[in-house]
Design a protein. Structure first.
Length: 465
């Protein structure tokens, strides 16, 4: 390879001439940031200036730059504006490559290049950016970049040779306005996509995450695909928002998976997804379609049951059963709210009455699908108090002196032996229920006995298994 002095390249750039080389070695410090060039101010936030170490004053590079299949030992392109195309394909960057705060106005290609350390914090790609088959040896920093068009990382390799200084690969706070592709990439270090925003489709098909991956509070506005992706360590999607459809079909999760507080506003698919880890969490997450919620929570329930984590298994069982109930009601799997369905003329009164009223009130809120005995005993106590208040207001019990007496009788009525003592043989207790209120007492006995039996069964299921 021909050795080229960095000054030769810098002189051409300073004059605005074409820079085109192939198979060269740039033996020295290629510092474009110190060139004497026209400047342009692009306003950025004080936070970006402070946290990313970039400036709003940018130097304008007019030259078309094409350096391919070469070796560059050290390059600094911080706070620049490339108004013409730049291609650095097949190039090896042996020392840190600094592109922080740089604006790429034309198509940019780093295809098949090798970076030992890459810094793109706060960079902006106005046109398509190609990083296909790129290798990042230690770490790659794309913190808070803006990609206005398509972004291509297909077959990229991240953290191939990690060391103690490796900080992983970070796209924290990045904004992708075009289609983003990470298909068949291998990420050997911590993958940080927290608070990233994907305005268009994003693909992680076949991507292998060999280390922890975090998508916490990321937002996916369009179709999102993790088809056949492999997560070898923890996968975190806490607080993520999926505005459109997302699929994890044929994906493999070997460790913990956390979707707590996530929002699924489209269809979500876990078909043929394998979970080998210790947990699969959907706590406080929300689904637009109850069928998706049922399927996801059923998988999570099974995993927690296998791990012996009964509290978490019960939580996801509750979510699974409630999703089934909503599908049986007037909403079905439409994704519409109950209020919106009631505004139409197509809803069934009996479906609404049985599933959206009776089952909602009694099975969901009171019995809690058999997973919460505390709710049952509180409900039972509430019924005792309310009926006692009713009898007191109506003066329905002869011999009762104050509200406490009425509640005492109400307590007796709420269990079958107490009902017999208060109604059939009132002299034994000193109280007598006025005959006009015996129907109310019968209803109370039925409800109270039912709740008490439910409490015993739920208690036994929860604490004596």
């Amino acid at each position: 390879m021909l050795q080229v002095n960095p000054k030769e390249i810098l002189d051409k750039i300073e004059k605005g001439d074409l820079v085109e080389y192939n198979q060269i070695i740039v033996d020295g410090y290629l510092d474009l940031s110190n060139l004497n060039l026209q400047q342009k101010t692009i306003p950025i936030t004080n936070e970006d200036q402070r946290t990313l170490g970039i400036s709003e004053n940018k130097k304008v590079i007019k030259s078309i730059i094409k350096i391919t299949n070469s070796i560059i030992k050290w390059i600094k392109c911080k706070d620049l504006i490339f108004i013409s195309s730049i291609e650095l394909s097949g190039t090896i960057f042996q020392e840190p490559a600094d592109f922080r705060g740089t604006v790429f106005c034309c198509p940019t290609s780093f295809m098949q290049s090798v970076f030992f350390q890459a810094y793109f914090q706060g960079a902006k790609f106005c046109e398509e950016a190609i990083f296909k088959c790129v290798e990042f040896k230690t770490h790659a920093d794309f913190h808070r970049i803006v990609a206005c068009k398509n972004f291509d990382f297909i077959n990229a390799r991240f953290g191939i040779e990690p060391n103690q200084f490796s900080r992983g690969v970070t796209f924290n706070g990045a904004e992708f306005f075009g289609e983003s592709k990470f298909d068949n990439s291998i990420i050997n270090v911590y993958a940080d996509f927290r608070e990233a925003s994907f305005k268009n489709a994003v693909h992680f098909n076949g991507t292998i995450f060999l280390n922890e991956a975090s998508f916490d509070k990321a937002k996916f506005d369009k179709y999102t695909a993790f088809l056949g992706a492999k997560f070898c360590k923890a996968a975190n999607f806490v607080g993520s928002i999926f505005v459109y459809n997302v699929t994890f079909m044929d994906a493999l999760f070997e460790r913990k998976v956390d979707f707590s507080n996530a929002t699924f506003q489209g269809i979500v698919s876990f078909m043929d997804t394998r979970f080998l880890g210790e947990s699969f969490n959907f706590r406080d997450s929300s689904f637009k379609f109850p069928k998706d919620e049922e399927a996801a929570c059923a998988k999570a329930k099974k995993i927690f049951n296998d791990q012996g984590k009964k509290e978490e298994a019960d939580y996801h069982f509750f979510r699974e059963m409630d999703a089934r109930r909503r599908q049986k009601g007037i909403r079905g799997n439409s994704g519409l709210s109950l209020r919106d369905c009631l505004k139409t003329d197509a809803w069934s009164f009996w479906k609404f009455f049985f599933y959206d009223v009776l089952e909602l009130c009694f099975v969901r809120y009171i019995f809690a699908y058999g997973v919460n005995p505390k709710r049952l005993i509180i409900s039972w106590g509430g019924f005792v108090f309310l009926f006692g208040l009713f009898y007191w207001y109506e003066n329905a019990i002869i011999g009762a002196a104050d509200l406490l007496d009425y509640i005492r009788v109400s307590f007796a009525i709420s269990i079958a032996p107490g009902y017999i003592a208060a109604i059939i043989n009132p002299a034994s207790d000193g109280y007598k229920l006025i005959p006009a209120f015996q129907i109310a007492a019968m209803i109370q006995t039925i409800i109270g006995t039912f709740l008490w039996a439910g409490f015993i069964a739920t208690f036994a299921r929860k604490y004596m298994r």
